[in-house]
Design a protein around this ligand. Structure first.
Ligand SMILES: [Zn+2]
Length: 74
């Protein structure tokens, strides 16, 4: 379920909610109960894609194990 960022115009707080995309435009109350909130642009989709593409992988050219093996770190 996608998460949406909101900002409360009453107290200035920002918060995020998980909700179905079909309800992404629904009003959201802030944690303090204010309903004067605005939805912020979210990068949730981009974050997900980038996270998958940037999966951890061994450093190329490394000797394997430890840090660098070349004495650069002491
Ligand atoms: Zn508020």
């Amino acid at each position: 379920m996608p998460r949406y960022d909101f900002r409360c115009r009453s107290c200035g707080d920002t918060f995020e909610l998980s909700r179905p995309m079909a309800r992404s435009g629904d009003p959201a109350a802030c944690p303090q109960g204010h309903t004067d909130t605005v939805k912020l642009l979210s990068t949730v989709a981009v974050t997900g894609a980038a996270g998958a593409a940037a999966a951890p992988r061994p450093a190329a050219g490394g000797g394997g194990g430890g840090c660098c093996g070349g004495g650069c770190c002491g």
